[in-house]
Design a protein around this ligand. Structure first.
Ligand SMILES: [Zn+2]
Length: 271
């Protein structure tokens, strides 16, 4: 079900050009982009707010029944996250990451911490262009490998002009402290404060060195679970300190959707 009001409300929080493009091109249904600012209450087609969470009566097992626009959370056949075990060797990478440093703002939207980035960073995936809008965090990681989650993962959310998304996942493991993560954590606003500002934030500093990654077709991992996402999950992780993990866990003890059935999909491993 299309929700034009929400689509444009969401998109104006992103770079102006992206907003214009996306609002004009009639993006795919239910473009409630995960990690989007003010997404604590999704708005239904009728305009009322829908509370969802990671536990209890409004937790992941209930998402599909909270609102008709969340139906894909129950009925979908290519849902995310998944366990990435059993990936088969794919072809060439066909992934080119062209991110650049820029101003950013840090928002706590009630589901996660979101870093909205300046216009100008993009990727090319299988010859299609996707603009980087924002990235955000899950604790523990949503994707797993052989049943194991990392302490945290980052999802870098990109949108194509046609409205579909490409999300790059990066696992964060315990090790040395990461200065970029530190700068983001220090910019997290307290309740009621305006977004934290970061100058010259370099998202590329949060990429692991190797380019090998898992690839599969999936969905948003938050309601309405829209099946519009080309997933890229880097096989290598980056290190953050246990203190940095603990600092995020203090804000979000659990904000990961459980893994979903793979069904007929194949996970590819690209080098
Ligand atoms: Zn996410």
């Amino acid at each position: 079900m299309r929700r034009p009001g929400i689509t444009c409300t969401i998109l104006v929080t992103f770079a102006a050009a992206v907003a214009l493009l996306a609002c004009q091109t009639d993006p795919a249904d239910d473009v409630a982009i995960e990690g989007e600012p003010d997404a604590h209450h999704e708005e239904s087609a009728e305009g009322h707010e829908i509370h969802w969470s990671y536990e209890g009566d409004t937790g992941p097992a209930m998402w599909g029944s909270l609102d008709p626009s969340f139906a894909a959370c129950d009925d979908g056949v290519r849902q995310s996250p998944v366990d990435l075990t059993g990936a088969v060797a794919g072809g060439e990478s066909e992934l080119e990451i062209r991110w650049q440093p820029g101003d950013a703002e840090v928002v706590d939207n009630g589901h996660t911490i979101v870093v909205n980035v300046a216009e100008g960073s993009a990727i090319s995936l299988e010859g299609r262009e996707f603009a980087l809008l924002q990235f955000h965090f899950h604790h523990p990681s949503e994707h797993t490998v052989e049943g194991s989650a990392a302490p945290i993962d980052i999802h870098f959310v990109h949108a194509a002009a046609e409205g579909d998304l490409a999300v790059i996942g990066v696992f964060l493991e315990a090790g040395e402290a990461d200065p970029t993560i530190q700068s983001i954590w220090e910019a997290i606003p307290s309740a009621g404060e305006s977004p934290g500002a970061l100058a010259a934030l370099d998202p590329g500093a949060l990429l692991p060195e190797g380019g090998s990654h898992y690839r599969y077709p999936g969905s948003l991992t938050t309601p309405g679970c829209s099946e519009i996402v080309s997933w890229v999950v880097m096989t290598e992780s980056i290190a953050v300190s246990q203190d940095q993990i603990d600092a995020f866990a203090a804000l979000y003890p659990m904000n990961a959707r459980p893994v979903q059935p793979l069904n007929e999909r194949t996970i590819e491993l690209r080098q």
